[in-house]
Design a protein around this ligand. Structure first.
Ligand SMILES: Nc1ncnc2c1ncn2[C@@H]1O[C@H](COP(=O)(O)OP(=O)(O)OP(=O)(O)O)[C@@H](O)[C@H]1O
Length: 291
């Protein structure tokens, strides 16, 4: 890969409720050692994509480092869609689903080695209703949980935990989904319908054991019923593909129709209630630094 001369570091100051000063200072110090320039951009929550795009257009960056959660990585990926600059992740969100799927370690020094190294993956991305999805998007119970979490004051994993009871209490599951595949249409009931580019949710739950982030397909996962035992198995990574609990369909594109509007999320960001979803593998790939 090209020698690193200039790096853009995008930092989300609020993600995961974590202070990022140590990350910024360590990256600054390491780049000084190799004589590379650094521009740090702190997100504001307003027009970040446009501002990142402007910086990338005006500078000649060799890498873009991201210290934030999945939402921040997604914004950076959208900003870089026409630039082909490798992205490196410094996981600093609540869930860090993408980093977990890419096997990015928790130790900052290890993350730096990957970010400054030569190995990268050409990652698949999904286009869902015209918007990019890097990791997992879903309709149903999980999106309802994310909606409630976004309205709560407590961030981080505890915030999700606290919202799980009211979410279950208020939810109108099961939902009915009509799924239009390449060669057939099926109608199914379930608590959650996910479009997964990877194996795991940010909690580490291995919901899609066969998922590969760069295989040119994604999986539709239909969770049929609320089965605590199966959920616990999934959380412990002991998924055995029990088809009574979850049905997995690998595809390159699909459309989904719901009888009533159902809560919908993309990469951990609540989008709203939707009746129709159109999803396909994007023709564009995301160069992402890995081992
Ligand atoms: N300075 C800021 N103030 C408020 N919100 C911000 C700021 N910068 C970014 N955001 C918002 O942060 C969100 C992305 O957060 P991200 O997913 O990276 O972190 P996270 O901790 O994993 O989030 P979550 O807690 O939702 O899992 C976006 O909605 C973005 O608009």
């Amino acid at each position: 890969m090209k020698e690193i001369q200039k790096v853009l570091l995008v930092v989300n100051p609020i993600s995961g409720g974590l202070n990022k000063e140590h990350i910024i200072q360590t990256i600054d110090y390491e780049l000084l050692k190799i004589n590379a320039g650094l521009i740090t951009y702190k997100t504001t929550g307003k027009n970040d994509r446009e501002k990142i795009q402007k910086l990338v257009t005006e500078n000649n960056f060799d890498r873009v480092f991201v210290a934030g959660g999945d939402g921040t990585i997604k914004q950076v990926a959208e900003a870089l869609i026409n630039f082909l600059i490798p992205i490196a992740i410094f996981p600093a969100g609540s869930a860090n689903g993408l980093a977990i799927n890419l096997g990015i370690p928790n130790i900052l020094e290890e993350q730096l080695k990957i970010a400054l190294g030569n190995e990268h993956k050409e990652m698949d991305m999904l286009e869902i209703n015209g918007e990019l999805c890097l990791h997992i998007s879903d309709l149903g119970l999980n999106a309802e949980l994310i909606k409630n979490y976004e309205h709560s004051r407590i961030r981080g994993k505890m915030g999700y935990l606290l919202q799980s009871i009211p979410t279950l209490w208020e939810s109108k599951y099961p939902f009915e989904f009509e799924i239009e595949l390449e060669n057939k249409t099926i109608t199914k009931k379930g608590i959650l319908l996910a479009f997964a580019n990877a194996k795991k949710y940010g909690t580490g739950a291995n919901v899609n054991p066969k998922g590969k982030i760069d295989d040119g397909v994604f999986e539709i996962l239909l969770f049929k019923n609320f089965d605590i035992l199966e959920i616990l198995k999934t959380l412990r990574n002991e998924t055995d593909g029990n088809s009574e609990f979850v049905e997995i369909i690998p595809v390159k594109s699909a459309r989904v129709f719901c009888r009533k509007p159902v809560a919908f999320q993309v990469d951990g960001e609540y989008i709203g209630e939707k009746e129709e979803i159109s999803v396909k593998i994007s023709a564009k790939k995301l160069p992402i630094m890995t081992y």
